[in-house]
Ligand binder design. Structure first.
Ligand SMILES: NC(=O)C1=CN([C@@H]2O[C@H](COP(=O)(O)OP(=O)(O)OC[C@H]3O[C@@H](n4cnc5c(N)ncnc54)[C@H](OP(=O)(O)O)[C@@H]3O)[C@@H](O)[C@H]2O)C=CC1
Ligand SMILES: CC1=C(/C=C/C(C)=C/C=C/C(C)=C/C=O)C(C)(C)CCC1
Length: 296
């Protein structure tokens, strides 16, 4: 019963997905892979968008066998390179007329200071800007497929994040823990602003905290690796961690809660900074400037 308590909320909807198209970033492992497995088992065509196609293929073949759904496809997407994001989107748009569910799941945590191919600090570049650009490029397909949903996997860590507009690339000061928290706050603010701009389109969006989950996310921190192992009965499995993403992607009647943040399959409070419309709008504008896009 202790395990059951820590396993958290469960996605209880029976919605089936024949004919539906799903893209999940970082679905070769961890929470993303389990999300992909469940959506494939419900009959969707699932695109595993990942930076390492070999790892993606190994996850996909396991899911195909497990779910008896042959429509699990792997495509290259490196969120640390806008050229790769554009190439992925171009390929996808040529291949698919519809997109019903986009799950922005991939993430990095506490990596040593580095920059993406476009000169963005890696947490900001991969966790926020990469998904921001991907969503922008796929948005028309989501709109024509409405009702459609965008799920952004954030974290409870957003509570200690803030958006350092004066030093967005952390060039003056870098803390790998805080850089992660800032990027997860950016996910919540992006969700909030996106929901506002998508009103009336039939596309809705949700931010998610999956729980504390056993996965490869802690790979850059030996302390967290140790903590995760020591407290393993209290840490969710990846399947348990996928439940809130699945709930936000599938549950009926969630549309009025577009832009909100969920944990354990329930709407949950966000930090005051994550409720600031001015910050959300400013982050939106700065993100467009950095990426060289016009997104009204
Ligand atoms: N685990 C936890 O306790 C928590 C996780 N989260 C969030 O959940 C999400 C999933 O994380 P989780 O499954 O735990 O972690 P994992 O590390 O197991 O999975 C992360 C995925 O993101 C991919 N990824 C990393 N960088 C890039 C990139 N540049 N381009 C494309 N894909 C990339 C990884 O690919 P590769 O395998 O090639 O490295 C991997 O597929 C993240 O957004 C994370 O912030 C939030 C709160 C807690
Ligand atoms: C205190 C404590 C824990 C540590 C929790 C931590 C450190 C959570 C970090 C969450 C992160 C990094 C989220 C990522 O987005 C455990 C191991 C659950 C066991 C119970 C006691």
């Amino acid at each position: 019963s202790i395990r059951k308590f820590f396993a958290g909320g469960v996605c209880r909807t029976n919605v089936q997905l024949p004919g539906k198209v799903v893209v999940i970033t970082g679905a070769n492992t961890g929470i993303g892979k389990e999300t992909a497995r469940e959506l494939a088992s419900r009959g969707a065509r699932v695109y595993i968008a990942c930076r390492d196609v070999l790892k993606g293929e190994s996850a996909a073949s396991e899911i195909r066998v497990d779910t008896k759904n042959s429509q699990v496809l792997v495509r290259k997407l490196d969120l640390s390179d806008t050229k790769s994001i554009r190439a992925f989107a171009e390929g996808f748009l040529a291949e698919e007329k519809q997109l019903h569910i986009l799950i922005n799941n991939a993430g990095v945590m506490m990596c040593p200071y580095s920059k993406t191919a476009d000169g963005f600090e890696t947490h900001l570049g991969v966790n926020h800007l990469g998904h921001f650009l991907l969503t922008y490029l796929l948005l028309e397909r989501l709109k024509v497929s409405a009702p459609a949903r965008v799920v952004n996997v954030s974290s409870v860590a957003h509570h200690i994040g803030k958006i350092p507009f004066h030093d967005l690339q952390s060039e003056r000061r870098y803390s790998r823990g805080f850089a992660y928290c800032h990027s997860k706050l950016a996910n919540v603010l992006f969700t909030r602003e996106l929901a506002k701009r998508l009103q009336g389109t039939g596309v809705t969006t949700y931010a998610v905290h999956p729980g504390v989950v056993r996965s490869e996310l802690v790979r850059h921190s030996s302390l967290l690796c140790l903590l995760w192992r020591l407290f393993s009965p209290f840490v969710k499995t990846a399947r348990e961690g996928a439940q809130t993403s699945l709930h936000c992607a599938l549950a009926e009647g969630l549309e009025p809660l577009s832009g909100k943040y969920f944990s354990d399959c329930k709407r949950t409070w966000v930090s005051p900074r994550a409720r600031n419309n001015k910050t959300a709008e400013r982050l939106w504008n700065v993100s467009c400037e950095l990426l060289g896009i016009r997104w009204e």
